[in-house]
Design a protein around this ligand. Structure first.
Ligand SMILES: [Zn+2]
Length: 140
């Protein structure tokens, strides 16, 4: 459906819906367009910004929701994997990761928290770390 702003010769403006742009042309040719003034049949299109009505927006919302849920699920799996395969060192992450990197002592997988500053420093020191979005557990 396309909505056109129409203007009658009498000066009245009104909106009307058409199934397509061709329908307007068809009705115009046949003088089937009419204004409420009932006098003039000279109706013209005002603006060429058709508004298309469809259920697409809703579909997009649903799709986004699905994608989000999917990502959430994957991140939950990732979190579980990390928790299973690495040792949590909490706020000591930066110092722990350095001792592993420099002293090669107690080499293991660890995970924990860093500040943005620490994260930058570790990267600059050439220490390979990965940031992952940490999601709340939603086991339900
Ligand atoms: Zn009119």
């Amino acid at each position: 459906m396309i909505k056109y702003q129409l203007k009658c010769e009498c000066g009245k403006e009104f909106e009307s819906w058409f199934s397509c742009s061709k329908e307007f042309d068809r009705l115009e040719k046949k003088n089937l367009l009419s204004c409420i003034c009932g006098v003039s049949k000279k109706i013209s299109k005002q603006i060429m910004s058709p508004q298309v009505v469809s259920s697409k927006k809703e579909t997009n919302d649903n799709q986004q929701k699905k994608i989000f849920q999917n990502v959430q699920k994957k991140l939950t799996e990732l979190r579980k994997y990390v928790e299973k395969n690495a040792e949590y060192v909490g706020d000591n992450f930066a110092s722990e990761v350095r001792s592993i990197h420099y002293d090669k002592k107690n080499v293991r997988n660890i995970y924990g928290k860093t500040s943005l500053e620490e994260h930058k420093e570790l990267i600059e020191e050439g220490i390979e770390i990965n940031s992952i979005p940490w999601v709340d557990k939603t086991d339900s």
